[in-house]
Design a protein around this ligand. Structure first.
Ligand SMILES: Cc1cc2nc3c(=O)[nH]c(=O)nc-3n(C[C@H](O)[C@H](O)[C@H](O)COP(=O)(O)OP(=O)(O)OC[C@H]3O[C@@H](n4cnc5c(N)ncnc54)[C@H](O)[C@@H]3O)c2cc1C
Length: 444
């Protein structure tokens, strides 16, 4: 099973929680506690990750009353566990989008991708989340073969000539080695409009900022049923202790939608894929001065992609693990081996933190935003790149709930479209992952 979810599972012991505990951020109040009495509002939002909070932000800016309900503490889901890579890309490249959907669509998608980064910057400024340590240092895509490098450079050339975007720059093998401290790559392409953030500090900072403006965020409040009201469009959301009546609901539960039956239909839009991370001890001075000193985020071109960055003087290394469940220890040793293959200097450095979470993959590799009925809007499926995109798309979901028509380009989805043969997703994902690992291993 890929997604045996339970709202009661504890938050993983991640580096992010360790840092937030050290700075005292975890002790600061975030929300309004469990919903204890019935209430009526304009828009109810289910999920207090980046998507749900961004929706609440957009509504509060327009003066629309709303309430946010989460089964767990703010940031319990992917928003508090991710790698903190802030990127301005989709999983589909812009040339691919132009070939299949036309240049105009590619331009609109490109604008959305970069707007996501602007939103992160503006949240950090507006809510004074200095503790999230957002650094606009760029992201370096490291190529593992000459063929992969040529494809990355061709994409950078296309983006420059067709979209006028000069933020993507090729790096030679020597430059990539100098940048990363690894001899494992033949070169790379730097995307300047990207960076890194401390993801849990970021989501907690947004939540506190919204709470200070009077937005009610109820943690420990699973939505166990959503029923349409009779007559006028609207929804009744049932939680263990109270109900919420709203004219509109925004479902922002992403890869954790299966927590209750009420939101499980949204789980069938996705193939939840476990993503795992490790963080080393703080590095000794010599390695600290050698590895990734530009403090960018780094990804590689293998199909079963790994990514890495620095934080708190440590090396962080992450990757998809199709074979394990959340909370299990499988996958971490394979990640450590992959890290040492790229950075042999780290062989003797102990691992201090291991954690994982689910990312929501979609069939078309793009996020989905739309209406599932006249009272319900959803946004989900960031395909492992949701820090910036969910911060933006949640706001567009709010606009949709209010009857506005934001430009969503290819992200717009008319109704739910469950993944075909959803019950076979677990063996299917494993099969594809095993094939990808084989292709990576033989270097094609
Ligand atoms: C290990 C890992 C690494 C990642 N790395 C990166 C990265 O480096 N860069 C990047 O851009 N993206 C990354 N991602 C993806 C990114 O974290 C997500 O796309 C993003 O956080 C999604 O935010 P969200 O608000 O939509 O969902 P979530 O943050 O998952 O929030 C969903 C919330 O809904 C709540 N919920 C679910 N069902 C109910 C219900 N019935 N009632 C009430 N509440 C409910 C859950 O408790 C949860 O808090 C990573 C993800 C993981 C797991």
């Amino acid at each position: 099973m890929l997604a045996p979810l339970a709202s009661t599972s504890p938050q993983p012991d991640s580096l992010w929680r360790h840092l937030a505990a050290r700075t005292g951020t975890l002790d600061l109040p975030v929300g309004a506690g469990q919903l204890a009495s019935d209430l009526q509002t304009e828009v109810a939002i289910v999920g207090a990750g980046y998507s749900g909070l961004a929706a609440a932000y957009a509504l509060s800016r327009r003066g629309v009353p709303c309430v946010v309900l989460d089964a767990n503490p703010v940031g319990w889901g992917a928003s508090g566990r991710n790698g903190g890579v802030v990127s301005s890309k989709f999983r589909l490249s812009f040339p691919f989008i132009a070939t299949h959907y036309g240049l105009d669509v590619a331009k609109r998608m490109h604008r959305l991708a970069h707007e996501g980064v602007r939103v992160v910057e503006s949240f950090v400024d507006e809510f004074a989340i200095a503790g999230a340590e957002f650094e606009h240092t760029g992201s370096l895509r490291c190529a593992h073969t000459e063929r992969a490098l040529a494809a990355c450079i061709a994409e950078a050339d296309w983006v420059r000539t067709s979209l006028g975007d000069r933020t993507m720059k090729p790096l030679t093998r020597a430059q990539t080695e100098e940048e990363t401290g690894s001899k494992g790559f033949v070169g790379g392409v730097l995307s300047e409009d990207a960076g890194t953030i401390l993801p849990l500090e970021y989501v907690l900072g947004i939540a506190r900022g919204l709470a200070a403006r009077g937005v009610a965020i109820h943690e420990s409040t699973p939505v166990v049923a959503m029923e349409r009201t009779r007559g006028v469009p609207g929804v009744v959301l049932r939680t263990p202790a109270a109900t919420v009546r709203a004219k509109q609901v925004i479902v922002a539960t992403n890869a954790y939608s299966g927590i209750t039956q009420a939101t499980s239909a949204y789980q069938r839009e996705l193939v939840p894929f476990r993503s795992a991370m490790i963080a080393t001890e703080r590095l000794p001075a010599a390695l600290d001065a050698k590895l990734m000193t530009a403090r960018r985020s780094y990804t590689e071109t293998r199909r079963m992609m790994k990514w890495f960055r620095r934080a708190d003087g440590r090396m962080l290394f992450g990757g998809r693990d199709a074979f394990g469940k959340e909370g299990q220890n499988t996958g971490f040793e394979a990640l450590r081996r992959a890290m040492i293959a790229l950075f042999p200097d780290l062989a003797g450095v102990p691992i201090s933190f291991r954690w994982s979470g689910y990312v929501g993959m979609t069939f078309n590799a793009l996020p989905h935003v739309g209406r599932s009925d006249d009272a319900t809007v959803f946004c989900l499926g960031y395909n492992g790149a949701g820090v910036a995109m969910a911060s933006l798309v949640g706001q567009h979901a709010a606009a949709l709930a209010l009857g506005e028509t934001p430009d969503l380009a290819l992200l717009a989805q008319d109704g739910l479209r469950p993944v075909p043969l959803h019950s076979l997703r677990a063996p299917g994902v494993r099969l594809v992952a095993a094939w990808y690992q084989f292709l990576d291993a033989v270097g094609v």
